[in-house]
Design a protein around this ligand. Structure first.
Ligand code: GLC
Length: 807
């Protein structure tokens, strides 16, 4: 094993596809979000975290309370030496015992906590087996001493069984009931209340729709369902009364504050090991027989062990169609494993993290996230497109968010949400050439089914209606930047960015319309595009803005403004006190191709004013005080999140602009500045996990400049994955095939990529004998010259060799 990117807290084990944490004392909780689609677990290096099914905050199985500093809520296994009475735990929390060694291996589909204390080595492996509604804990204890040891194990967690947090616990606890089935070594748990409305729309009148279960492989010495009996009144999690005494009371039933705990005993001769497995799951009410079968299966520790291998294989197979080998190890680690794993496990399926316990679908969020599947298995992207189309209304507007299970949805009137439907549909079509998706009929939330293409058109129609007198889109309750939520509530404020966003996709939509022989529609889209571009260039350029103190480091404008407020005042111009320049307005001017010769000035302004050590920040300078006309963006601490922080999602877009501008060194500088592997080399400044992207890192106006936060639950993962593959390595699906136009550091000798595209597999080798950054001198497909940089799709399901020589 070669330890890569090692810091004092851990390192990457590339071959095992694990990040190995070597101490419990990381600067923040460093977690794994393990969700292969339904059951999910989040677990930190101390053992903190929670479990859920389908929806992390509407359907939480175990209780958790967000506390990033203390990280003191988890599902734990206590270990008790029954001869000495000494107590410690398989994870560092909750006993905070001193350990001789401590290692946490976060892998794809599992986490393992290994530690050694008091002559006993323990390993706790937590796995979520794909396709099954449960998690398996395999505890292996090894006696490294010279005396036989008699040990007790006590599992322990609190049942939540529904909406989390259950703010009013005294109310909620009375609806939970636990029962014991000692012959099956199982505790069952149900809740007779679920916060979501019943079939007739009545609130507070239905049971939680599942039966939860907790079981062990060994015959239990006892169970505990009562929190008070376990901890003792005013008890301490580091020394629960029941663990101290060494037995449980078998309390169960109703009215208690319900927990789950099973007590088992093992005797271990010197030099030997013993394994115990625990299962925690939840099955739909009425299907308890299936749960019994699953419990029986995983009571065999061998099965529990194999589950981990199966889980790892599931994830490896999912990510296999897109693999790279470049001279940049950090890039490889992110592209091959961590970015797609984060985007799928954390954002698409788990939809939760430590910084935000979620579970809902965001209309724009998971659509963008689903782009991670394009080179892996685009059928998942198609599924997401139709799912989101089903959350659109006949007039074209969409739910900003909705909850699976309850289908409750809504949210503010954001001007961009609906447009992500055509945007991602275009990406799907370029990837797959599967135009049949456009004809798939999907119902509206308030109407009869129509084709996906019609859904896209309705999104466009509504957006193109919602224009100001000057022909710019109204920003309404905000756009991609949620924090601009007060700018246009009176219906007059404008979004320059939405105009640019539209201009990015309208030519592609015209292309689709033409391919369907809908010429009038194609012309309409082309006309709209040029009108919007005209309006952006007439009213959205800061040279047109007068007044104010007008300087940012002596620079008096020459960039795109971001928006206008209802009262006509401008956001993102030199005349503004705060937020004088915004990243998105420059970047998307370039992405949309509407800037003409202004693109160079817009880009220079980005490099000069926004590209910082932490990566490109979203705006500068940060708002120093709340501004009622702007919204909550201005209310964040300066430099935090959207208020002048590096917002990683938007920073990824900036890399595309850098590539389009031919600024190779800036493109890679930005990539490295936001790449968590590299940020993680200054772990006491950056603090966040080095293996997944942070939603944000604090900007220069913050006193914690460069500190990362909001990890896992961020749309930046899918985007950075896409940007790395399509723009930096330059392997990009276009209407006619796969364009290969790398943009790499000149010192690279080349790189390799395996890429599945429209059913065929391409083994792409790029050679860089002249050490250039760009420019394809020759491309061959299976030994034959292609003549150009666009690889026509063979669609033959075979493996092809592609060789590219730069120069
Ligand atoms: C959050 C939201 C996302 C939004 C972004 C920028 O990540 O989930 O929808 O675009 O913030 O404000």
């Amino acid at each position: 094993m070669v330890a890569k990117f090692e810091s004092k807290y851990g390192y990457f084990d590339e071959a095992a596809r694990e990040y190995v944490i070597t101490t419990p004392h990381t600067p923040r909780p460093w977690v794994n979000v393990i969700c292969p689609g339904d059951w999910g677990v989040i677990i930190s290096q101390t053992g903190g975290g929670y479990s859920w099914r389908e929806h992390a905050s509407l359907n939480a199985v175990t209780r958790w309370s967000q506390d990033i500093i203390r990280d003191n809520w988890g599902k734990y296994v206590y270990i008790r030496d029954d001869r000495s009475g000494e107590i410690w735990s398989a994870s560092w929390m909750p006993t905070r015992h001193s350990t001789e060694s401590y290692r946490v291996r976060h892998g794809m589909g599992y986490s393992v906590i290994e530690s050694e204390a008091g002559g006993i080595a323990s390993s706790l492996a937590i796995t979520v087996p794909p396709g099954e509604p449960l998690e398996v804990w395999l505890v292996r204890l090894t006696n490294h001493g010279s005396d036989e040891r008699e040990l007790s194990l006590f599992s322990c967690f609190e049942w939540c069984l529904g909406a989390s947090p259950d703010w009013h616990r005294e109310f909620h606890r009375t609806f939970i009931e636990t029962s014991l089935e000692p012959a099956l070594a199982t505790m069952w748990a149900r809740k007779r209340l679920w916060e979501i409305p019943d079939d007739e729309g009545r609130s507070w009148n239905r049971s939680w729709g599942y039966t939860a279960f907790h079981a062990s492989s060994l015959a239990p010495e006892g169970f505990e369902g009562d929190k008070e009996a376990f901890y003792g009144m005013y008890g301490d999690a580091s020394m629960p009364a029941a663990v101290k005494l060494g037995f449980l009371s078998n309390s169960n039933g109703k009215w208690t504050d319900a927990i789950g705990s099973i007590h088992v005993k093992v005797t271990i001769p010197p030099g030997e090991s013993r394994c115990v497995s625990f299962v925690l799951g939840a099955i739909e009410e009425g299907r308890e027989q299936e749960a019994r079968a699953l419990i029986a299966k995983y009571r065999d520790p061998l099965e529990a062990d194999m589950a981990r291998e199966r889980a790892a294989r599931f994830w490896a197979e999912l990510l296999a169609p897109h693999q790279v080998s470049t001279p940049d190890d950090a890039f490889n680690l992110m592209s091959n494993t961590w970015l797609p794993y984060q985007a799928i496990s954390g954002r698409m399926w788990g939809r939760t993290g430590y910084y935000q316990s979620g579970g809902a679908y965001g209309f724009r969020d998971q659509l963008q996230d689903s782009q991670v599947f394009l080179p892996l298995d685009p059928s998942h992207t198609a599924k997401q497109i139709t799912l989101h189309a089903a959350h659109q209304y006949v007039d074209g507007h969409v739910d900003h968010w909705w909850h699976p299970i309850s289908e409750i949805g809504g949210g503010g009137l954001y001007s961009d949400d609906l447009l992500w439907l055509p945007f991602v549909t275009i990406s799907y079509l370029k990837e797959t050439d599967d135009f049949s998706l456009l004809d798939v009929e999907v119902p509206y939330r308030d109407g009869e089914p129509e084709s996906v293409w019609k859904h896209c058109q309705r999104a466009l129609d509504l957006s193109l209606l919602r224009l100001s007198e000057r022909g710019l889109p109204l920003i309404l309750g905000g756009d991609w930047n949620d924090g601009l939520n007060a700018v246009g509530t009176a219906g007059r404020g404008e979004s320059v960015w939405v105009a640019q966003f539209l201009c990015t996709m309208l030519p592609d939509l015209a292309h689709i319309a033409r391919s369907r022989k809908e010429t009038c529609l194609a012309e309409k889209y082309e006309r709209s595009c040029s009108e919007l571009a005209g309006a952006v260039n007439a009213f959205g350029w800061s040279d047109d803005v007068e007044g104010g103190d007008g300087s940012l480091d002596g620079h008096r404008g020459g960039w795109y403004i971001r928006a206008t407020c209802d009262d006509g005042s401008v956001i993102g111009a030199p005349s503004c006190r705060y937020g004088r320049i915004f990243l998105n307005a420059q970047v998307w001017a370039i992405l949309s191709g509407i800037a003409g010769e202004r693109d160079k000035r817009a880009w220079d302004a980005v490099v000069k004013h926004l590209s910082k050590e932490c990566g490109p920040v979203l705006l500068a300078p940060a708002y120093g005080e709340p501004d009622d006309k702007i919204g909550y963006l201005s209310r964040y601490a300066p430099g935090a999140r959207e208020n002048g922080g590096r917002y990683t999602h938007a920073a990824a877009w900036a890399i595309i602009a850098a590539v389009m501008m031919g600024d190779v060194s800036e493109a890679w500088r930005m990539y490295e500045a936001i790449c968590p592997v590299r940020c993680g080399l200054s772990p006491d400044t950056y603090k966040a996990e080095p293996y997944v992207t942070a939603g944000n890192a604090a900007g220069p106006d913050s006193h914690v400049y460069c500190e990362g936060g909001w990890t896992w639950y961020t749309g930046s993962a899918a985007w950075l994955f896409r940007v790395g593959s399509e723009w930096l390595l330059g392997v990009r699906p276009e209407w006619n095939g796969l364009r290969i136009d790398p943009c790499i550091p000149a010192h690279w000798d080349g790189f390799y990529m395996k890429r599945v595209f429209r059913g065929a597999t391409y083994e792409i080798t790029v050679l860089n004998p002249e050490h250039v950054s760009r420019g394809v001198a020759r491309m061959t497909l299976d030994g034959l010259d292609v003549g150009g940089v666009e690889l026509p799709a063979s669609g033959d399901g075979k493996v092809h060799t592609v060789e590219i020589v730069l120069g």
